[in-house]
Design a protein. Sequence first.
Length: 126
Amino acid sequence: MTRRTARQFTLLFASTHVPVSAAGAASPGTLGPVWLGRSVRDAGRREALRVFCIVDALSAAAVAEAVLRERAVARRLAVGIGCDLTRAALSLSALRRGRPPLAAPVAMASLVGAGLAAVLRRRADG
């Protein structure tokens, strides 16, 4: 994979995170129960989910901005990897407490995303 291709994949990868995370931040009361279960109906947990989604969206936006401005992305992708692994852990924890419909798909997508980001992190900066 060339550096240019890796950066194009990095931009695509970041661009998928921003709208999904922003939607979660805008409506944690809707996303929370289907992803993490009924416990997210609690106001404090909804706010924690909102903050997590904001951090995820901002880290993805920072990655996209770095690609578009031809800046290094490795450190920014490392933050994204942390968000992906956190999302996977939250999802797996939710599966232990019940069967929210999105927990398993989100866990799987998050682990795949973390792996992809790790590969891109090594290749996108050349």
